[in-house]
Design a protein around this ligand. Structure first.
Ligand SMILES: C[S@@+](CC[C@H](N)C(=O)[O-])C[C@H]1O[C@@H](n2cnc3c(N)ncnc32)[C@H](O)[C@@H]1O
Length: 462
C-alpha cells in the first residue's frame, strides 16, 4: 500500500506487471467528497518488488504515475543502453536484465493459462535470443512538420524524437535513416502536419535482410516525386554511401489516414522488392509484405513448429494466416500437399512466387479471410491431418477456432504473438477433445514485454 507524499506524489510498492509490462501499485487517495479510495496505478519502467516515489500525471483518470525516484531497486534493474529509452515508444524493458526479461515472459504465459484453468506445467522456459540487440530487420520512422525524422514519443504520438541511435535495429539501418534525415533537412523539405494536413514527407520504412544484406528504403510522401535536384541528391547519397540499398522507393500516400500505405509506387533506384532468406528458403519482400521482424528467432520458431507438428509424407496440411509462406515452404517439403490461406492478396501472390522460386510445387494458396477461406478450402481440399495457424495479435476468434476443430486435424500448431488471445482461442478447442500438450515461449522481441509462443494441441483418440 502507498503513503501519500504530497498532493499527487506517493511512495508506492510495485506488486506486479500490467499487461503491457509496466509496474502496478495500489494507492489510497481521497476523492472530492473526502473519502479515501483504493486506486490501481500504472508506473512505467518499474519492476515488481521495487519501492518508488512516483507522481500521478494528468489526465488523472488514466491512473498513470511517472517514477521520480527508485527508492529500493530490483536486483535485476540495469542501466538502459539507449539514450532515447523512456521517451521512445519502441523498447519498454531495457532497464531489466535479459535473463529476468525471459523469466518474466515465461511467468506471464503461465499466469494467463492458469487464469483460464489450463495446466501451466505445459509451459516451457522462454527460449532467449543469442543476440538481444540489433535484431530487427524492419523499422518505420516518421517525419515531424519541421521535416525531422525520428521515433514516436511514448504516450504522445504527435511528437517525434529525432533519431540518434537505435539499439534494436542494425547499425546500417540507423546510418541510412540518418542520411535520409540529413537529406530532408538539407533541402528544407517539410514533414506532414497531421493537424493542417499539409507537408510533403510522412514516413521512412527501412527493411534490411540479415541473410542477403539487401536493404529497402521506402519514403512515404503526400505527392508524386518531382524530378528535382533534391531527388537527384537523394539518389546520389544513397548510391555512394549505401550500396546495400537495392530498392529505393517513393511511395505516394495522399490519404488523410496516417498509415504506412501507398496509392502509387515509384521506384527511384533498383527493384520494387528485396530478397531475404529464412530457414533456408528465399523470399521476395515488397514494402507491404508481412515478414517476421526477428529472423534469427523466427528460424527457431519454424524448427519448433516442425518438431511439434511431426509432419508425415502422407499428411495434408493447412497453413492458416500463411503470409508469404514462412511456415508453408519448410512444411510443404515434408507433407503430401499444403494449402495456405491469407487475407492480403499481395502476400498470397508473393507466397505463390516464393514457392515456385524455391522449387516447392505441392502448395496451393488462397487469398481470403480466415473464416470464409477455411470453409472454402475444406470443401475442396478436404480435412487436414495437420493445421498450423499464426494469426495477428487480435487472434483467430471463436468461429475460426470451432471451424478448425470440426475439421478434426490430428495435430494443431498455434503460433502466436499475443499469449492473451492464444489462451482465449485455444479454450475453444477443449470441448472438441483437444489436449494442450506444450506451450513454448520464444523471445522474438527482446527489450520489450512482447512474447511469441508456439503451442501444440492433439486430438485425444477415443
Ligand atoms: C502474424 S502474421 C503471420 C504470417 C506468416 N505466418 C509468417 O510467419 O510470416 C499474420 C498474418 O495474418 C494475416 N491476416 C490478418 N487478418 C487475417 C484474416 N482475417 N484472415 C486471414 N489472414 C489474416 C496478415 O496479413 C498476416 O500475414
Amino acid at each position: 500500500m502507498a503513503y501519500k507524499y504530497n498532493d499527487n506524489t506517493f511512495i508506492m510498492e510495485i506488486t506486479q506487471f500490467d499487461a503491457k509490462g509496466s509496474g502496478r501499485a495500489v494507492i489510497q487517495r481521497e476523492n472530492k467528497q473526502g473519502k479515501r479510495k483504493k486506486q490501481h496505478i500504472t508506473i512505467p519502467y518499474t519492476l515488481p518488488g521495487e519501492r518508488v516515489q512516483a507522481t500521478l500525471v494528468p489526465p488523472y483518470r488514466n491512473r498513470v504515475a511517472k517514477p521520480d525516484q527508485i527508492i529500493e531497486a530490483h536486483p535485476e534493474r540495469i542501466e538502459p543502453a539507449c539514450l532515447h529509452f523512456g521517451k521512445c515508444g519502441g523498447c519498454s524493458w531495457q532497464h531489466i536484465s535479459y535473463a529476468t526479461q525471459l523469466k518474466e515472459k515465461t511467468s506471464q504465459v503461465k499466469q494467463l493459462l492458469e487464469e483460464q484453468h489450463f495446466d501451466s506445467n505445459v509451459v516451457q522456459s522462454t527460449i532467449g535470443a543469442d543476440e538481444a540487440w540489433y535484431y530487427r530487420n524492419k523499422m518505420e520512422f516518421t517525419f515531424n512538420k519541421a521535416g525531422e525524422l525520428g521515433l514516436h514519443e511514448k504516450g504522445n504520438y504527435q511528437n517525434i524524437i529525432p533519431l540518434e541511435t537505435c539499439f534494436i535495429a542494425s547499425q546500417e539501418m540507423v546510418n541510412a535513416t540518418t542520411e535520409v534525415a540529413k537529406w530532408a533537412q538539407a533541402h528544407r523539405l517539410s514533414g506532414y502536419d497531421k493537424e493542417t494536413k499539409e507537408g510533403l514527407l510522412r514516413h521512412l520504412m527501412v527493411r534490411h535482410s540479415q541473410a542477403t544484406g539487401e536493404m529497402m528504403l521506402a519514403l512515404f510522401a503526400t505527392e508524386s516525386p518531382v524530378e528535382s535536384s533534391a531527388l537527384s541528391d537523394l539518389k546520389e547519397r544513397i548510391k555512394d554511401k549505401f550500396p546495400s540499398v537495392t530498392s529505393l522507393l517513393w511511395l505516394e500516400n495522399r490519404d488523410i489516414a496516417d498509415k504506412v500505405q501507398a496509392q502509387q509506387v515509384h521506384v527511384l533506384a533498383g527493384r520494387d522488392f528485396i530478397y531475404d532468406e529464412l530457414a533456408g528458403y528465399r523470399y521476395r519482400l515488397w514494402y507491404d509484405t508481412f515478414f517476421q521482424t526477428n529472423p534469427k528467432q523466427a528460424e527457431k520458431l519454424v524448427e519448433l513448429a516442425l518438431e511439434m507438428a511431426q509432419p508425415q509424407a502422407t499428411d495434408k496440411m493447412i497453413d492458416l494466416f500463411c503470409g508469404v509462406g514462412t511456415f508453408s515452404l519448410p512444411f510443404a517439403s515434408r507433407v503430401s500437399q499444403l494449402a495456405g490461406i491469407e487475407i492480403v492478396e499481395s502476400s498470397i501472390a508473393s507466397a505463390k512466387r516464393n514457392a515456385s522460386d524455391n522449387g516447392v510445387h505441392n502448395t496451393l494458396f488462397l487469398a481470403k479471410d480466415a473464416r470464409h477461406g477455411l470453409r472454402k478450402m475444406l470443401e475442396t481440399f478436404g480435412n487436414p491431418d495437420v493445421l498450423l495457424l499464426d494469426p495477428p495479435r487480435s487472434g483467430a476468434g471463436g468461429k475460426v477456432m470451432r471451424r478448425i476443430a470440426r475439421s478434426k486435424p490430428k495435430r494443431i500448431v498455434y503460433v502466436s504473438c499475443n499469449p492473451r488471445t492464444l489462451v482465449s482461442d485455444i479454450k475453444e478447442f477443449v470441448p472438441f477433445g483437444y489436449q494442450l500438450e506444450v506451450v513454448q515461449p520464444v523471445d522474438l522481441f527482446p527489450q520489450t514485454y512482447h512474447v511469441e509462443c508456439v503451442a501444440l494441441l492433439q486430438r485425444e483418440t477415443i
